[in-house]
Design a protein around this ligand. Sequence first.
Ligand SMILES: Nc1ncnc2c1ncn2[C@@H]1O[C@H](COP(=O)(O)OP(=O)(O)O)[C@@H](O)[C@H]1O
Ligand SMILES: [Mg+2]
Length: 362
Amino acid sequence: MEDANSYLGLFFEPIRQYLQDDAVSEILINGPNQVFIELKGKLQPTEARFVSEPALKAAAVNVAKNVGRMLNEENPRLDARLPDGSRVHAVIPPLARCGTVVAIRKFKKEKLTISQLIEFGSITEQGARLIDVIVKLHKNVIVSGATSSGKTSVLNVLSAFIPETERILVIEDASELQLQQAHTVCFETRKPDKNDKGEVTIRDLIHSALRLRPDRLVIGEIRGGEALDLLQALNTGHAGSMSTIHANSSLDCLSRIETCSLLSGIDIPLSALRAQVASAIDAVVHTARLSDGSRKITAVSEVLGLKDGEYVVKDLYRFNVRGIGPDGSLDGDFTGTGHKPSFLQEASLRNMPLDEAMFAQG
Ligand SMILES: Nc1ncnc2c1ncn2[C@@H]1O[C@H](COP(=O)(O)OP(=O)(O)O)[C@@H](O)[C@H]1O
Ligand SMILES: [Mg+2]
């Protein structure tokens, strides 16, 4: 497979050094005269410039051509995945007011491991153990967070806790996850062709997956109506499944699943939908990119059902910001909140005891 760095470098000469630098995770081009990069989790401006707007636009058009797509007046937006997994999104003028806008999210071959997350201070060993137990007990988990907060990375780490003995079906829009278990079957969706034919959606693949005897479903991301299919799968005995969703908090995650379910076009009363969400989802792992650029698992929460029509969600373990240093770096710690998991006993019966002290209020 062609190395996308050299391949993109061919078209985007002015940013070649950032394409080659593994410490750079994203490159954001806002017209010919402004290029930002994300370096070690921090966004920063660069000196890179394109010769002219036509040169920049031509580069974007060439990238589109190389992946068999069009970027022109009629199709002014490009959402493409390159052969190496990097993602490119481009919008050309007049939609983009400052000239051609391009965002390149580089694909990291090396996935983060739980040990690295602990080393980076994204979670503690105790927190990691809690998540491990949640997965091993077959709880259904959603990883929530903003764009680029680390959801996919955390989902990958969660999936690594699934025992080798189980059959795992993975469904993604664009293959990002890397499961190590031998018995893993991966699917990827397909966009419609030029004639609007041949599309295969996450929903279609969930339907197939359910007929392929999964022990676990791992779904890259919930964005739309597939939320309802997932809920139904979870409520009909596919415990231990996991996915991610764009949301601002553990509680917001449940509302987002509701909203996405409504996009399925299937008419279902809100109260019934809420009951489905509350019974399907057992835990939420919330991720965030904090103001100092660090990414953390800011909360591990348990969904306890509904009370008076509202979700009952309790944080079990979370990151508390205690102060901000002179350089903007955050000071904080991970503690419990005084709520113990409902599965404490189940965990010790299954020989995975959790240290109760970690749940004491911090
Ligand atoms: N805990 C972390 N510490 C440092 N970098 C991280 C962490 N989690 C994710 N990243 C990096 O942040 C970028 C975005 O992560 P990703 O998991 O793709 O986010 P999301 O799925 O929320 O958009 C990737 O380059 C990833 O390697
Ligand atoms: Mg993601």
